[in-house]
Design a protein around this ligand. Structure first.
Ligand SMILES: Cc1ncc(COP(=O)(O)O)c(C=O)c1O
Length: 504
């Protein structure tokens, strides 16, 4: 590849930043002269150049088009990223979210003109209540972690209301990192609860940790090892006996939707990630949506705004003075009403599948993950016995002695056109590889992926260590120095720093 004059690879272009493509004096737009209006900035106006690069419109269009072609997403290929659930976003959802009646709404419109939108939020809440078996719902939260924060603030408010100053939150060692972070953000001391040989919470350790200082137990179910916590009812009884609340991280609800209602298991509070279970776009940090389902005991503390159905239509309660039953609320946690277009997509998914279709979704997600577990179990090592739920977990024991690591294997998969699995998570498993195929992948896709992973595992065992250390070979950039990138991040382009040179 080094003999190429351009640095391009066929039609995949090497892409300099816009600043590096700067041709001073070029401008992609014709802006009218500003109208003479006098000094409206109180003397703070500036006429200095602001350092924007000069480019024509076609140059800008090509730049962004080429960048978009470098992106790998669920629409480009198989994306078995465990824990993150990269699942297909049906185009029907998109079409519904773009209907002018939804897309052109403004959040400050008078409530009388948005009755349909409020009905949609109420209907979606009704579906989630039905699926979770929990009586109340907070809809506005912007992500799973935001939902967790809301849930823990609700629990804290409920404890404060009963004059019970509890200081500790128990979190299994296999938990998603957002769980202990949320508990600590809410001012609690976090106590880790170990897992047992079966990859589930050690019930003895949980019992030993529970006392009248524990505010809540935060469990992810199915847990981050892709396993169902089969002692959850016993856990719930022990937590409630100690007077604590049972928080469930419901991010993995896609494995049990339509089959298990968390409310029936004794859960007091659970957030859901709409992008994981109900196929809304992942959003790369937003626009996510993390509604929170609440038990009867926590419902009075739910955040505002609340959509309330009445005889005269739907009311939007934004202020504690507007309704007596919202007087104990923890207050507003998000501007306006949440990610409305995401609600439209999630409800479209629910209505187009129906209850039986959603049950089929979780069955197929679990079946696909178990297919990977069964077909890869002899070349990669599964740390825990038995079937899994929606994601298959492997450790790096089968690579020991080969000189090849989990990271090397992941990089080699990129050369084969696959987004790698999640690696080194969950933390409780050495060299973890967590694969989540989701329900929409065909057997042909899974078989092809399995063939590639088996081939790579054979290659690693045959002693071809160098091949893996060189990977990825075919990507626009080779392996980065991840330590330098983390310790000395270059977060903005600066004219005085040469390209490729680490700054700061
Ligand atoms: C188990 C679990 N909990 C919490 C979260 C946090 O969700 P979010 O990224 O939407 O904040 C995730 C994210 O994937 C998760 O997998």
């Amino acid at each position: 590849m080094t003999d190429l004059a351009t640095g391009h690879r066929g039609l995949m272009m090497e892409e300099p930043t816009l600043f590096e493509q700067d041709s001073p004096g070029q401008c992609g737009v014709d802006l009218p002269e500003p109208r003479p209006g006098g000094d409206r900035l109180g003397g703070l106006g500036s006429s200095n150049a602001i350092g924007l690069p000069g480019l024509s419109e076609p140059e800008i269009v090509r730049h962004y088009t080429r960048l978009s072609q470098k992106n790998f997403g669920i629409d480009s290929g198989f994306y078995p990223l465990g824990s993150c659930t990269m699942k297909h976003n049906p185009r029907l959802n998109e079409a519904m979210a773009r209907l002018p009646g939804f897309a052109d709404l403004h959040p400050l419109q008078p409530v009388s003109t948005v009755q349909g939108a409020l009905e949609l939020i109420d209907t979606l809440a009704m579906w989630i209540k039905q699926l979770t078996g929990m009586p109340a719902l907070a809809m506005s939260l912007a992500a799973g972690a935001h939902g967790e924060l809301c849930g823990m603030m609700t629990i804290r408010a409920a404890l404060q209301a009963r004059g019970d100053a509890r200081k500790r939150v128990l979190v299994p060692d296999s938990a998603h990192g957002t769980n202990p972070a949320t508990a600590a953000t809410c001012g609690y001391d976090v106590q880790s609860i170990p897992h047992n040989k079966r990859g589930r919470v050690d019930i003895g350790a949980l019992r030993a940790a529970l006392d009248d200082g524990v505010a809540a137990f935060m469990l992810t179910n199915p847990n981050t090892c892709g396993l169902f916590e089969d002692e959850i009812i016993t856990q719930a009884e022990a937590v409630h006996e100690a007077g604590a609340f049972f928080y469930c991280d419901g991010a993995n609800f896609n494995a049990i939707v339509g089959r298990v209602r968390p409310g029936d298991l004794g859960i007091d509070c659970m957030h859901l990630n709409l992008h994981k279970t109900f196929s809304t776009p992942h959003g790369g940090g937003g626009p996510g949506s993390g509604p929170v389902a609440l038990s009867e005991a926590l419902a009075p503390f739910a955040p505002l705004p609340a959509v309330i159905a009445g005889d005269g239509g739907f009311k939007l309660v934004e202020d504690t003075h507007d309704a007596s039953d919202t007087a104990s609320t923890i207050g507003r946690m998000k501007g306006f009403h949440g990610q409305f277009a995401t609600f439209v997509r999630a409800l479209t998914y629910m209505l187009s599948h129906g209850g039986d279709g959603l049950r089929q979704v979780s069955s197929d997600a679990v079946l696909n993950a178990n297919y990977l577990l069964a077909r890869l179990g002899d070349v990669l090592n599964a740390p825990f016995e038995g079937p899994c739920m929606h994601e298959a977990l492997f450790d790096d024991r089968s690579l020991h002695g080969t000189g090849v690591t989990t990271l090397d294997l992941a990089k080699a998969l990129v050369d084969e056109g696959y987004h790698p699995a999640t690696i080194y998570f969950p933390l409780v498993v050495q060299g973890a590889m967590l694969m989540e195929p989701t329900e929409t992948e065909s057997k042909a896709t899974l078989d092809h992926f399995i063939g590639v992973v088996r081939g790579l595992a054979r290659r690693a065992k045959s002693g071809d260590e160098a091949y893996f250390h060189e990977a990825p070979r075919l990507t626009p950039r080779r392996r980065l120095d991840e330590t330098a990138a983390a310790r000395h991040p270059v977060l903005r382009w600066r004219p005085d720093v040469a390209q490729g040179e680490a700054a700061e």
